[in-house]
Design a protein around this ligand. Structure first.
Ligand SMILES: [Zn+2]
Length: 258
């Protein structure tokens, strides 16, 4: 191959990725374990939060021992425990379930005040070009009301999540500013992840948060990032290897997570 041909090939390679993958569809959602595994009581993981920072700067999940809800925003993890306290966990903390991506807003939508969570989700659903891909969604602004929950730390032998959430703490906020962050996943991904919407919250002051149960919007803006690549990192431990993960758990997942 002569030099000119090599140079031309290199130029082609340099521009090819942007031709093949438009910026908004190049993101990858990386998920640790499955929601079905978490549901059965697999609450310890080997994946560190630090290692997840190489896979994203945005997302949600929980930490080992099901010790609170986790929000990942602008490359910082926040853990909200059952007392409602918010702490920034050490990068060495491990997670049994998390979903992360690098957030690049491809679109923004203003949400009018007074929308329920369900109405806001329906509005965004109607604006999405397809419901067959994953969306990372960040809703920032004020919320007239917001209800969030967290779960108390569990101790082995672990109970299924259906039992653990009976002890969940529910926090009710009014007139609060913050960010609702999470994912809208396609229905066919149920069992692997939460089908539909899964949202967590962190206040602007970084002192309140949790897994979102419902809200009423104040003045909010939603940023949307469509994600067409999904990477599933399954745990390499005996609890996961031995678990019975057969059967369709969508109904239970919806009851616990929605
Ligand atoms: Zn959650």
């Amino acid at each position: 191959m002569n030099f000119r041909l090599i140079a031309w090939s290199c130029t082609l390679l340099a521009i090819a990725p942007s031709l093949l993958f438009p910026a908004w569809s190049g993101d990858t959602l990386t998920q640790v374990s499955t929601i079905g595994a978490l549901l059965t009581g697999i609450y310890d993981g080997n994946t560190t939060l630090g290692s997840l920072k190489t896979r994203g700067d945005f997302g949600l999940g929980t930490v080992s021992g099901l010790n609170g809800e986790m929000v990942f925003l602008n490359d910082t993890f926040f853990r909200i425990d059952a007392s409602g306290a918010v702490v920034v966990p050490d990068d060495t903390m491990r997670t049994p379930f998390a979903a992360v991506t690098f957030f690049h807003a491809a679109d923004t939508v203003d949400l009018e005040p007074g929308l329920s969570m369900e109405a806001a989700e329906k509005k965004l659903d109607s604006l999405f070009p397809t419901l067959n891909i994953f969306y990372a969604v960040k809703i920032t602004g004020s919320f007239e009301t917001l209800r969030a929950r967290s779960v108390p730390r569990q101790h082995p032998p672990y109970r299924p999540m259906q039992e653990a959430v009976k002890d969940q703490a529910v926090f009710k906020f009014t007139g609060i500013r913050g960010t609702v962050a999470g994912f809208r996943c396609p229905a066919y991904a149920g069992g692997i992840t939460v089908a539909g919407w899964h949202l967590h919250f962190i206040s602007d002051r970084r002192d309140r948060g949790g897994h979102v149960l419902d809200f009423t919007t104040g003045k909010c803006r939603a940023e949307i990032d469509g994600v067409r690549n999904f990477r599933l990192a399954l745990p390499d431990d005996s609890a996961f290897n031995k678990a019975d993960l057969s059967g369709n758990k969508t109904a239970i997942i919806n009851k616990i997570e929605r």
